[in-house]
Design a protein around this ligand. Sequence first.
Ligand code: ZN
Length: 325
Amino acid sequence: MKSIVCLSILLIAIAIIPSKSGAWGFFAHKRINRLAVYSLPPGMLVLFKPGLEYVTEHACDPDKRRYMIPAEGPRHYIDIDLYGTHPYPELPRNYRDALAKFGRDSLQSRGILPWHFEWMLARLTKAFDTTDTRYILKIATELGHYVADAHVPLHACSNHNGQFSQQEGIHGLWESKIPELVADADFNYWVGKARYIDDPGSFIWKVILESAAAADTVLRLEKQLSDSLPLQQKYSFTLRSNQLVYQYSEMYTRAYQELLGDMVQRRMRNAIFAVASCWYTAWINAGQPVLDKHFSPTATSAEETEIQKLNQHWRKGKIFGRNHE
Ligand SMILES: [Zn+2]
């Protein structure tokens, strides 16, 4: 009996060991950036089509950077529920006002995603003024990552991994396991043409509020499912990156996806459309510059060094701040 209890504890412990993924999981981030390219107008495709592999492959660089730079973590989320109740009128949408009211430490610890989005959008608009095609694609790729993060309900909630409700692991279940299992087969990825965003500030806060409003459902439905099934149906051994890991079973993941209805698909589609529209908006605001079609997929030696450093820190697995899975 004792050994069965010990084994159960061990297995649960294995199940909740953080895996080195990130918001939306690497799979979904790559899909979102890649699919956004197909919604761009011809004037942008000139550069983004040859850059397709770049925006895909580097979609997760900001998540890897969390292992290298302490300041990176808060850029990926906002625990908006810590600011009162929906729609959180206590929280100024303007960064200066929020800073004056809550102070830097508070803002940083609760996450700065919506403000970081606006800074990145401004940076991309400026980047379009340059002729440095690798720089343009780098900023666009990273902006795409943060826009996608804003669409994840648990990125707008302090109980971001179910740690306050005995649901540890739910973050990865929603944003990694479900998309990996069903997205390519079942989701409709075509979202139409990118649209100009008149007011990016209002836009990002609307996305965050939608995410925050969905977080309760994300947590409640998983709790309901978990309570209705025995542990051995919830978890199973799966081969992942050549490693045998004990994690949510396929049956459990599908059952959760079923309960969520079209939520994951809807947020992923909205993210694809939003990423394309943000890239397009920055290009329009830069005056629709003629983009250089000459993009070399080969990294410069300085970039190569940076990429290697990023990957080294990420593989070591020592993250600054929170991890989700
Ligand atoms: Zn992220």
